[in-house]
Design a protein around this ligand. Structure first.
Ligand code: UDP
Length: 236
């Protein structure tokens, strides 16, 4: 698989075309941003962690019947994926209150949710990824009713599978963000990444944070936390 021209450079990844029209290569960077790009930095080795952890999770989810964009890990930072057009939504699933939900609803961080909470944000940096609901999504034609139903059902299933897996390695899955893509054939599949950048992971016993909140909140031990997550899932 050969990289051809770069199609897109985001905050944490680059996407390249290949000689195969239906296959892209994603390349993960160590660049870290938070608060809609206002805070910038580097997390040494993050690209490797996010690439390898995402691929591990995608393989696990595929085995449980969730279609994903994953094709093949090429090296520590690069992966071949199916070409998709990204549905411009950040899909967030929450099991425990934290971050923006805690602020918005006045729930202390760590408050368990009685049932999982599904939220959508419209992916638009200029607007700061505003939260939207089904009506906004349909009215703006960001997805069809059928696509949105599929996205919601897949998101809850992904949450169940991920909660169970991370529990088994001593980690509470507090919340996470995923993105979906549409293949040329029109199928909705899981895309983007699943990593400490996009999930909140707390140690089951100590509640120590093992994710990007350590960077967002200047807590220190960022690289160590990413490394610990790799150890927990058996990749180090
Ligand atoms: N998240 C993400 N990208 C974003 C915003 C949020 O990956 O642009 C993830 C974040 O890591 C957390 C979950 O989505 O696991 C919920 O984030 P929240 O809405 O609480 O926002 P934050 O507090 O990160 O601003």
């Amino acid at each position: 698989m050969q990289k051809k021209e770069m199609l897109y450079e985001g905050k944490a990844k680059k996407v390249f075309a290949t000689e195969e029209p239906e296959i892209y290569i994603v390349s993960y960077k160590d660049d870290a941003t938070a608060f809609n790009g206002q805070k910038k930095g580097t997390i040494v080795g993050k690209g490797v962690v996010n690439n390898r952890m995402s691929n591990f999770m995608f393989r696990l989810l595929e085995q449980q019947g969730i279609p994903t964009h994953y094709i093949e890990e090429l090296n520590d930072r690069e992966t071949a994926v199916k070409k998709v057009s990204i549905v411009p939504l950040e899909v967030i699933v929450r099991n425990t209150a934290a971050g923006s939900l805690s602020k918005r609803l006045g729930l202390p961080e760590g408050t368990p949710m009685k049932t999982p909470v599904l939220e959508y944000s419209y992916k638009n940096d200029e607007l700061g990824d505003p939260m939207v609901n089904d009506y906004h999504i349909l009215a703006m034609d960001l997805a069809t009713r059928e696509e949105l139903d599929k996205i919601a059902a897949m998101s809850f299933k992904i949450n169940e599978l991920m909660v169970e897996f991370f529990r088994s390695v001593g980690v509470d899955l507090i919340d996470f963000k995923i993105e979906f893509g549409k293949t040329t054939a029109g199928e909705i599949i899981l895309a983007d990444e699943i990593s400490p950048d996009t999930c909140r992971f707390w140690d089951v016993n100590t509640h120590e944070k093992l994710d990007k909140d350590r960077f967002r909140r200047d807590m220190g031990g960022v690289e160590e936390a990413y490394d610990e997550m790799m150890k927990r899932i058996g990749l180090r």
